[in-house]
Design a protein around this ligand. Structure first.
Ligand SMILES: NC(=O)c1ccc[n+]([C@@H]2O[C@H](COP(=O)([O-])OP(=O)(O)OC[C@H]3O[C@@H](n4cnc5c(N)ncnc54)[C@H](OP(=O)(O)O)[C@@H]3O)[C@@H](O)[C@H]2O)c1
Length: 304
């Protein structure tokens, strides 16, 4: 009762399959060998029957004795049998079928993975679009405003810095944005020596762990930036080039300072399409001791 339990030898599934396959092959070869022996005996018998015993002596095909054709047909069947055993069953047996099945399954799995990837991408896009639309509809309660100073050739910056210094323009920027949310790209944020006072900074970056001083909000998309400023009656998009480009489709207003000069630059403001935007205000400023260039404050509003 408490003696050692006898361990029965275990054969795994693969081994069993190999054994079964080997047994099958032996049987096939045995049958072929028997067929061959019967063929030899049968052929001799047919020859004797026709030539010595005279069976069907007068029966000829194309001038040849019938036994010749009987032996040839049988030989053909024997060759076919040989072909089956050594070619068809050997190379297209169970193992071959299994291999083909595995190939097929792995191809199907690849396809399924691709489809899955496609679905995930579509889902992400859909979620982003929904978030974007949601932010956009909520934003409609406030007036999302782009504020920018751009040259005649649309230049806005070089080497992550502004190109000119126009004190009235800076004053206007301060007055308009004071107390509001200011939305900007990570590079523009980094061009400031420190955050501007009395404004809520919203910095857009694709980085997941971007470090900022206390009070600065970091988001990963423009839609999230708009969402974060939804309680503000007039949030401002303050640049730079990449963010302006994306915000042109969602902004309600543009406060542009057009500097009447051409500058060398590496960052530009997009073209303002007058089919989409209406000019609602325009104030020209002359060059003076505080301003090296002439400029105009121009307001555009999105056409309804
Ligand atoms: N004249 C003006 O009125 C004015 C105003 C503002 C700025 N500027 C000038 O503009 C230049 C900077 O503009 P810029 O185009 O180089 O840079 P930017 O627009 O200020 O910032 C670009 C960065 O924003 C992030 N970003 C952009 N699109 C994003 C998205 N869809 N999702 C998530 N993050 C996104 C990326 O940050 P990560 O790389 O961290 O992912 C990207 O590198 C400077 O020269 C500046 O002085 C001029």
């Amino acid at each position: 009762m408490f003696g050692k339990k006898k361990s029965t030898p275990q054969i795994d599934k693969d081994q069993l399959e190999l054994i079964q396959n080997a047994q099958k092959r032996i049987k096939q070869k045995k049958r072929l060998y028997i067929h061959f022996v019967i063929f030899l005996i049968g052929a001799i018998f047919l020859i004797i029957a026709n030539t010595l015993l005279g069976i069907g002596e007068d029966f000829k095909f194309f001038g040849y004795d019938w036994f010749l054709f009987a032996v040839l047909i049988w030989l053909f069947l024997l060759v076919y049998h040989v072909f089956n055993v050594f070619i068809t069953h050997k190379f297209m047996g169970k193992a071959w079928e299994k291999q083909q099945l595995e190939k097929l399954v792995s191809k199907q799995q690849e396809r399924i993975e691709k489809l899955k990837d496609g679905f995930v991408r579509e889902e992400k896009l859909l979620a982003q679009t929904q978030a974007y639309n949601k932010a956009k509809s909520e934003k409609n309660k406030s007036e999302l405003t782009i504020i920018v100073a751009a040259a005649e050739n649309h230049a806005i910056g070089k080497g992550n810095q502004l190109i000119w210094h126009l004190s009235d323009d800076l004053k206007r920027f301060k007055n308009l944005t004071n107390g509001h949310h200011i939305i900007m790209g990570r590079k523009t944020f980094e061009s400031f020596p420190k955050p501007l006072p009395n404004r809520t900074h919203i910095v857009i970056t694709r980085q997941k762990h971007y470090k900022v001083p206390d009070g600065v909000v970091v988001v990963n998309t423009l839609a999230d930036a708009i969402d974060a400023s939804k309680n503000d009656t007039q949030p401002f998009i303050i640049g730079g080039g990449e963010i302006y480009k994306q915000a042109m489709d969602v902004a309600d207003k543009i406060e542009l300072t057009r500097v009447h000069h051409n500058f060398e630059a590496d960052t530009f403001f997009p073209e303002i399409d007058t089919k989409v935007w209406t000019e609602t205000a325009n104030a020209f400023h002359k060059k003076d001791e505080h301003h090296d260039y002439e400029f105009s404050f121009i307001t555009y509003e999105r056409k309804q």
